[in-house]
Design a protein around this ligand. Structure first.
Ligand SMILES: [Zn+2]
Ligand SMILES: [Zn+2]
Length: 241
């Protein structure tokens, strides 16, 4: 009771403001309606393999982006994201704060379902969220990717495995680094505890934001080593240069 009252007073003194434009919000939240409307959803045409938006006509025959047409051997089968972020720090911080809110999990999982249609059409046996190190999990109390994976699982009727893949080495948040440092930060940080469960499975990895893809790459490599048949990547947002 007392706590609720304090919270109310704090709200009056410090109303919620839109993280992007600073406008005072009518209710608790992170972004105002205008800024939500500005979210850049990825719609066709996009690359059939990596899912990056293609800057071609809607009825063009181009199926793959320049990178994927040059090199089609990838560490994953398909990659999809619901939303694009340009590569500015401010946008990234907004993304992380917005996605880190448990109340948004249902909405974000619904976005994953839509964005992941090609992946689920191609066939998936198991959903695996990108794991946090247990020390970080203790501090944050929950893993946003697990929340998303659980909600998505109910929507698409595919089971979640949140125990087989682990982050056995503590890593710094990737947002603190750029390019090459990110690769080093997560190198060999993941391993599989129960490879028998993953053998020959078609797995979709879930994360909130994909920036350089280093974390997902390390996860995929651990899963493939454990005998996974295929690995797809599905994230709510991705950074596109
Ligand atoms: Zn705004
Ligand atoms: Zn591509």
């Amino acid at each position: 009771m007392f706590g609720a009252l304090i919270a109310k007073i704090i709200d009056l003194l410090f109303p919620y403001r839109c993280l992007k434009c600073g406008k005072v919000l009518d209710s608790a939240g992170y972004l105002c309606e205008n800024c939500v409307n500005e979210i850049n959803f990825i719609t066709p045409p996009y690359c059939h393999q990596c899912g990056t938006p293609l800057h071609v006509d809607k009825d063009s025959n181009v199926k793959y982006c320049a990178v994927c047409s040059r090199q089609n051997k990838k560490f994953y089968r398909l990659a999809r994201s619901a939303v694009v972020y340009d590569n500015s720090d401010k946008n990234l911080i907004i993304a992380f704060k917005f996605f880190d809110k448990t109340e948004n999990a249902n909405l974000l999982a619904a976005m994953l379902k839509v964005a992941g249609k090609d992946i689920f059409d191609a066939g998936v046996d198991m959903i695996i969220p990108v794991p946090l190190h247990r020390s970080r999990l203790l501090k944050r109390r929950y893993n946003q990717s697990v929340l998303l994976a659980d909600k998505l699982s109910q929507m698409v009727n595919v089971p979640v495995d949140r125990f087989s893949l682990i982050r056995h080495r503590k890593t710094r948040p990737q947002v603190e680094f750029s390019g090459r440092e990110r690769v080093a930060n997560v190198k060999d940080a993941f391993s599989v505890r129960y490879p028998d469960k993953l053998r020959n499975q078609r797995i979709v990895l879930i994360d909130d934001v994909m920036t350089t893809g280093s974390t997902l790459k390390e996860c995929a490599s651990a899963l493939r080593k454990a005998g996974a048949k295929s690995v797809d990547l599905l994230t709510v947002a991705r950074v596109v240069d």
